[in-house]
Design a protein. Structure first.
Length: 446
């Protein structure tokens, strides 16, 4: 059954004294000339159904859903064309009107803006599925509500020169820089037999640090799987009911720093915590059904990825990460703890190359270079070995401008939290928790 509920239909049902979308229809009609009353619950329900319908055309679009099962069943039976789905999105945007109700509570106003911007991103994604062409920058703004900065090669070359000097000083001075960097990192791979033990230790540490500052929903947990043949290194599949499935890709060697990265990013205080807080605060406590679904190609992803990456620094501020990895994870993995500080210095420099991945994606998606040249660019400027660069090209092929959400997302979230909390570590946790529990948009972080 195809379901399309606009405000005109809702008003008609209300006048008739009928229930519509679980409301009793008792609200009186607005007087002529008065501000139109927008039923955000009705728009939210139609939005969820629309996201599910778009998911029938795009297998990656619905990242998580734990709303009514019958809505999912209805969507599976949908035969709507992309053009029709785009029309439904436009209708819902029109239904929202020109702005939130005057005097609305701040979080309700944020909800209005969230629904509007998510619907606009949905319409953009539908257009892309239908063949519309956008530049990398246009796509990033349309889907993720953010304008990615541009960096020239000289920006990365400066960092590469510093990395070159550091590696040479550590005795890695034979061959091309990427070969020396790969040789250095090769000494810090977690042995496959130790991977699960190291990863679970990191998860426990991230959870312990998080629950000191945040009350976790009762019964929350996740399970871990190790997989292969994926374009990503780790993924959180939120199941609803405060449960997640975290998958770790073992196609390529996993370095010791990735244990904390993945445990925080995918678990605490990253994706798992973010999704559980949204379910608790917005879906269960407020009944906002739009948060029972997560469309991947949407502004929500920038908040999700950005907070997951910044959450690593929130959980391990200052030198605490170095101390933990040196004293706990290095010995557990059978690595030399005396080299932990050197490893961190090298990896801190390598992190400064993250935006090189965005530049590679921009050039590739804008048709300036082909896949082979993109991989070569990633090897030259992003510090990726050939295998890892090839994996990243596969990621760009599948997820396109999504790459901005990791680094630009982190920068926006970090700026927002530190602007409101300053150097107060406890205050940062408070602002971070509020961000994870609210319908704030990327453009609202600037």
């Amino acid at each position: 059954m195809k379901i399309r509920i606009g405000l005109t239909m809702v008003a008609a049902l209300a006048f008739a004294g009928c229930a519509a979308d679980d409301r009793d229809g008792s609200e009186p009609p607005a007087e002529k000339g008065a501000e139109a009353v927008v039923d955000l619950d009705a728009v939210a329900q139609a939005y969820v159904r629309l996201v599910l319908a778009v998911g029938q055309h795009d297998a990656d679009y619905v990242d998580a859903y734990y709303g009514p099962e019958e809505w999912k069943t209805e969507a599976a039976a949908e035969t709507s064309t992309l053009e029709a789905l785009g029309g439904r999105a436009a209708d819902l945007i029109a239904d929202l009107g020109s702005g939130p109700a005057t005097g609305a509570e701040e979080i309700v106003a944020l909800r209005w803006h969230y629904l509007k911007r998510q619907l606009e991103a949905l319409a953009a994604r539908v257009g892309m599925l239908g063949g519309e062409s956008r530049t990398f920058d246009e796509e990033a703004l349309a889907l993720y509500d953010a304008r990615p900065p541009t960096h020239g090669e000289e920006t990365f070359q400066k960092t590469l020169d510093e990395l070159d000097a550091l590696l040479a000083g550590e005795g890695y001075d034979d061959g091309a820089l990427i070969e020396r960097y790969e040789a250095f990192r090769g000494e810090f791979v977690i042995p496959p037999a130790k991977l699960d033990e190291v990863f679970r230790q990191a998860i426990d540490a991230c959870r312990e640090r998080t629950e000191v500052h945040m009350e976790l929903p009762e019964g929350e947990s996740f399970r871990v799987e190790y997989v292969t043949d994926q374009p990503w290194s780790g993924y959180n599949w939120y199941q609803g009911g405060f449960q997640s499935l975290i998958q770790v890709n073992t196609d390529l060697p996993i370095y010791i720093d990735r244990a904390v990265d993945l445990a925080c990013h995918e678990g605490y205080p990253g994706h798992h915590l973010y999704n559980t807080l949204l379910e608790k605060s917005l879906v269960r406590d407020r009944g906002w059904v739009e948060y029972s679904i997560y469309p991947l190609f949407s502004p929500q992803s920038l908040i999700a990825e950005g907070s997951a990456n910044y959450g690593i620094e929130v959980a391990f501020p200052g030198d605490e990460r170095l101390t933990y990895e040196r004293d706990v994870l290095f010995p557990l993995a059978g690595l030399d703890p005396s080299r932990a500080e050197t490893y961190h210095r090298v990896m801190d420099l390598a992190d400064d190359l993250s935006y090189a991945g965005n530049e590679a994606a921009r050039r590739y998606l804008d048709g300036e270079i082909d896949a082979e040249a993109t991989a070569a660019w990633l090897t030259r400027y992003a510090g990726m070995g050939p295998e890892r660069a090839a994996q990243r090209v596969k990621f760009i092929d599948r997820y396109r401008s999504y790459v901005i959400n990791y680094n630009l997302g982190k920068d926006l979230v970090q700026s927002y939290v530190e602007k409101h909390a300053g150097d107060d570590a406890e205050k940062r946790w408070e602002v971070f928790r509020q961000l994870l529990s609210s319908p704030r948009l990327p453009s609202g972080l600037e």
